[in-house]
Design a protein around this ligand. Structure first.
Ligand code: OAD
Length: 284
């Protein structure tokens, strides 16, 4: 059960190890701003990053927002504010109306094809080059980390540009199916082809999940970037890091549940904060 996606996970502060409490987190946020409300990177955080042997990063939709890819839960602009996840992102939805679901993912694929990785994605490539060990875990299916140059990305929720058969589960490539049918038909069994995305109620890829937990457990700095942290099991990864006394950093313009437990909170867009963070590390 723990490997099943999409369960809102809201542990209370008492359940969490190494918590700081709201007062401390709010103070840290204020310390990150100068008198003109500009972001300042705390020197203590730069110290931690420079000294880190293993940096683990978890990203969510927010890291791609500045590329023009909509997030899921931002009011108004978020995909789930405009579309119903139960009608579009579940096996039941696909069984009920495969054409509707296929077309919705087609629309998202076309959108992602037209955008470029942003400064946040690129800064993570630089960070990987600086850190002795580096693990990038993403909930995103857009492939923008890879297009920016990140390697060995652990994808937890699948990929928008990969496909498999809904019936026999065989991986299928776009070259293998006949054009015309929507959704396309599996060349092996004739079943409907579906996007290789983890839908609500489905299990995450076991190996990737195990690697993600392991990297969260052993790192000394964990960055949670652009995720609302409401979808399990990804949402528990920062707590795995905290339980091992890692420094946990949240980068997000908005408050999340993690805000109250993170060691450092950097309020703002990833595309600005991440390059600033990497620049500070390089100055050391
Ligand atoms: P959400 O849409 O839930 O959260 C996006 C987060 O990004 C929010 O906390 C925003 O405040 C933040 N954000 C917005 N702009 C940002 C920026 N420029 N820089 C940094 N942060 C920014 O997206 P996820 O947490 O990724 O599942 O959602 C998790 C999963 O729920 C997704 O992987 C998706 C969805 O259902 C699947 O598609 C399988």
């Amino acid at each position: 059960m723990w490997a099943t996606a999409m369960t809102a996970m809201r542990a209370t502060a008492r359940d969490r190890p190494n918590t700081l409490g709201a007062g401390v987190a709010v103070k840290r946020i204020q310390e990150n701003m100068d008198n003109n409300n500009n972001l300042m990177i705390p020197a203590a955080l730069v110290d931690k990053l420079v000294a880190a042997q293993h940096i683990t990063v978890l990203t969510g939709a927010g890291v791609s927002a500045e590329s023009g890819v909509p997030t899921f839960r931002d009011a108004q602009t978020g995909l789930w504010a405009q579309y119903s996840p139960t009608e579009l992102a579940s096996p039941e939805a696909f069984a009920r109306n495969p054409q509707l679901v296929w077309n919705w993912y087609e629309m998202r694929r076309r959108l992602v094809e037209q955008v470029e990785p942003n400064a946040g994605h690129r800064a993570l490539v630089e960070l990987a080059a600086i850190a002795p060990q580096f693990t990038l875990i993403t909930q995103n299916v857009d492939g923008l980390h890879q297009r920016a140059g990140s390697v060995n990305v652990i994808e937890l929720h699948g990929g928008l540009f990969r496909y498999r058969c809904y019936e026999c589960d065989m991986p299928v490539t776009a070259q293998e199916w006949q054009t015309g049918a929507i959704p396309p038909k599996c060349p092996t069994c004739g079943g409907n082809v579906r996007p290789d995305i983890i839908w609500f109620g489905e299990s995450l890829p076991e190996r990737n999940l195990a690697l993600a937990f392991q990297a969260s457990r052993v790192c000394d700095v964990f960055l949670s970037i652009g995720t609302s942290g409401v979808v399990a099991p990804a949402s528990s990864l920062p707590y795995e890091a905290l339980s091992n006394h890692a420094t946990v950093v949240e980068i997000n313009p908005k408050e999340t549940e993690l805000t109250y437990d993170a060691t450092f909170v950097l309020r703002g867009p990833a595309g600005q904060i991440l390059p600033a963070l990497v620049a500070k590390m390089k100055q050391r």
